[in-house]
Design a protein around this ligand. Structure first.
Ligand code: PTT
Ligand code: SF4
Length: 620
């Protein structure tokens, strides 16, 4: 390997207190790139079927890719992955953090953490020096305080990953956080870290990242940073970032409102990008190597957290604002800060709060059951319940298991409005009117996340509600670019998605970094391989598959939107089934969503066949 990859993996066994450095198999690097690709390959190879996600046997994987840390726009991303305690399937997330660059500079492409430390611990990686240190002093601290303390001890430029009290207490949607405001691992990767008694990972590196052609990387980097700054919407992006999506989603009847019952919200403008810019925004933050920083720091102006600040994106505000009927930005910001400090996912938090409210409004749970009265827009009550969830107290401990579990516990038909797919709460787009986006959620390989395909923007541009094989193929292409390439090269996708930075730059950077010629056709094949292996992992865990696991909740099919420009919209089941059939066919999976033998062979995954055949019979 000439560059891009360091060629080394660090394995840490917390039970034994030992670490070992291994060579990265060059074929794995070439065929799976890194990040998500490495993670799913490792979990498939090493995790026995049925492993309890919160047991010491689960593996916590921190993985970079060949583009991470190089002089390329927005290359400071790290994938965190494990078998998910929330979904029971493959789970991962993506964090913009100094830890990504520091890991490459320390000389590793990935860290694979197994076992469980005897007592709360910190994993410290400084180049070749790897230590498991006593972390008891930090246990119990929120993510902000833990971050501050670690920066004081190890220096501000260290790469720091921490969990909060929710990760320690194994809240099923706990995340890993970094630098007060970056978070990743929606499917409970923070709980996996907590189950290992691992409070933090601190990484410091001082080596050069190996590159096949360092001059070419520097040249492409300089041109690219300039190119990004010249884009028409650069200034607006830096001012509002993802928050402009609030107004856009409302205009297109996709803003999640009242537990995703509606797509428009009366008070949207009070919690939108414009209001943020005018009233609440006090600062700006970005990930490493990014010249289009989008971290919006906002000040809370009223309420119990008055004067504190918190970093927000669209998903956070949409799920903790309109989805709860909240039109006062201060409450949405307060809930966001509670989530970040405790270290839970804001999307899942917004979803379980909204689910509980709907259950109460439908008379399925009482004030006595919940310990308080929930009503749309009542920020005070949501703050109270959010604190119970992040600390697993009373009724909060049921919601802390996620919306799928809570709906099973409550029963009485509440599954219909438990807004999740495969156990992961749906991120912030209402899909009553968007069958393509509904399919994107249905088939996302970690559960309902928009990261694999923000198909709704394509649907709005090219025509809403189209049911065709072309659409299913386009969705696969988009998933492959976003969830296959960006999650595995481990770079931020937003330069491409948001300011129109050309995809053609990426093969050039790959060539300059690794010396290998990847075309976009090659990258599509790699992505197909990764998606098919992720599906194989799920199938092995479940002992089979069913189309219902790739289908959004009944609410979107049965209860139309009642307000806004698309009032009356709902999904049609027959149309959804048609789209799902085309999706499976074009992925080379059978009509139950299980990869075909011929597909596994074509993608170089023939070694998966014998093991998969132990749990399910495969079609040719
Ligand atoms: C991501 C999901 C998102 S996606 C958001 S806002 W978004 C929420 N952010 C949370 C948060 O913050 N705190 C918290 N406690 N929970 C949160 N949950 C939600 O998590 C993020 C940006 C954003 S902002 C997006 S779209 C892009 N996502 C990328 C991605 O997934 N891959 C990639 N290669 N590039 C990406 N670029 C953008 O990064 P998950 P971040 Mg994140 C505070 O974690 O599990 O992947 O879910 O990473 O560093 O915060 O940057 O409107
Ligand atoms: Fe991070 Fe935003 Fe830059 Fe992407 S665009 S690297 S999320 S600051």
């Amino acid at each position: 390997m000439r560059g891009g990859w360091t060629g080394k993996l660090l394995r840490v066994d917390l039970s034994k207190g030992k670490s070992v450095v291994q060579d990265l198999d060059p074929k794995v690097a070439v065929d799976f790139l890194g990040g998500r690709g490495f993670a799913v390959k490792t979990l498939w190879d090493e995790l026995p079927r049925g492993t309890d996600p919160l047991s010491p046997e689960n593996l916590l994987i921190l993985a970079t890719g060949p583009l991470t840390g190089i002089s390329m726009p927005s290359s400071g991303k790290l994938v965190v992955a494990a078998k998910s305690p929330l979904t029971g399937g493959y789970g991962d997330g993506n964090i913009g953090t100094r830890a990504s660059v520091q890991l490459k500079k320390a000389g590793y492409d990935a860290v694979i953490i197994s076992g469980k430390a005897e007592k709360p611990s910190i994993l410290s990686i400084e180049n070749d020096k790897v230590e498991i240190k006593d972390g008891r002093d930090l246990w119990g601290l929120d993510t902000y305080k833990a971050q501050e303390e670690l920066e004081r001890q190890y220096g501000k430029n260290s790469g720091i990953l921490v969990i909060g009290p929710s990760g320690e207490k194994l809240v099923k949607f706990a995340v890993i956080t970094s630098e007060k405001g970056r978070a990743g691992g929606r499917p409970g990767i923070g709980a996996v870290m907590g189950s290992k008694n691992l409070k933090a990972v601190v990484i410091r590196g001082s080596k050069e990242i190996p590159l096949a052609d360092p001059k070419e990387v520097a040249k492409l980097g300089a041109e690219s940073f300039k190119d990004i700054k010249s884009k028409d919407n650069y200034d607006f992006w830096v001012r509002q970032g993802t928050m402009a999506t609030v107004e856009w989603a409302n205009a297109n009847a996709a803003l999640p409102t009242y537990n995703m019952s509606e797509g428009v919200f009366d008070g949207y403008d009070k919690v939108g990008g414009n209001a943020m810019e005018k009233i609440y925004k006090i600062g700006q933050k970005g990930c490493p190597n990014c010249n289009m920083p989008c971290g919006n720091i906002n000040e809370i102006k009223e309420g119990p957290y008055k004067g504190r600040d918190t970093e927000v994106d669209y998903e956070n505000i949409a799920m903790l604002g309109p989805n709860l009927g909240i039109d006062n930005m201060n409450w949405a910001l307060t809930l966001n800060l509670i989530a970040d400090e405790a270290g839970v996912d804001t999307i899942s938090l917004g979803s379980v709060l909204a689910f509980a409210t709907e259950a109460m409004k439908r008379g399925l749970i009482s004030e006595g059951d919940a310990g308080l009265k929930l009503d749309w827009g009542n920020g005070q009550a949501y703050v109270e319940l959010a604190k119970k969830i992040v600390n697993k107290e009373g009724f909060g401990s049921i919601l802390a298991e996620g919306v799928a579990y809570a709906s099973q516990k409550i029963g009485k038909g509440s599954e219909k409005f438990a807004m999740h797919v495969k156990g992961l709460e749906i991120s912030a787009y209402d899909c009553h009117a968007y069958i393509g986006m509904a399919l994107a959620y249905g088939t996302s390989p970690i559960g309902a996340h928009h990261k694999d395909a923000w198909f709704i923007s394509y649907e709005i541009r090219e025509g809403r509600g189209v049911v065709s094989e072309e659409r299913a193929k386009k969705l696969i292409w988009m998933q492959n670019v976003r969830g296959g390439f960006f999650e595995s090269a481990a770079a931020c996708r937003l330069p491409w998605v948001e300011v129109g930075y050309d995809l053609e730059w990426y093969p050039k950077f790959l060539k300059a970094a690794t010396g290998l010629d990847y075309s976009w056709d090659d990258l599509q094949i790699i992505a197909n391989r990764i998606y098919t292996l992720m599906r194989a992992f799920w199938v092995r865990e479940k002992g089979g598959w069913s189309r219902s696991l790739d289908t959004p909740p009944a609410k979107w099919f049965e209860e139309p939107q009642t307000k806004g420009p698309l009032a009356g919209s709902k999904l049609n089941r027959d149309d959804y089934e048609k789209m799902l059939t085309w999706y499976y066919e074009n992925r080379g999976w059978d009509q139950n969503g299980i990869p075909r033998k011929s597909t596994l062979r074509r993608l170089g995954l023939d070694w998966v066949i014998p093991e998969l055949e132990r749990v399910v019979s495969l079609n040719e």
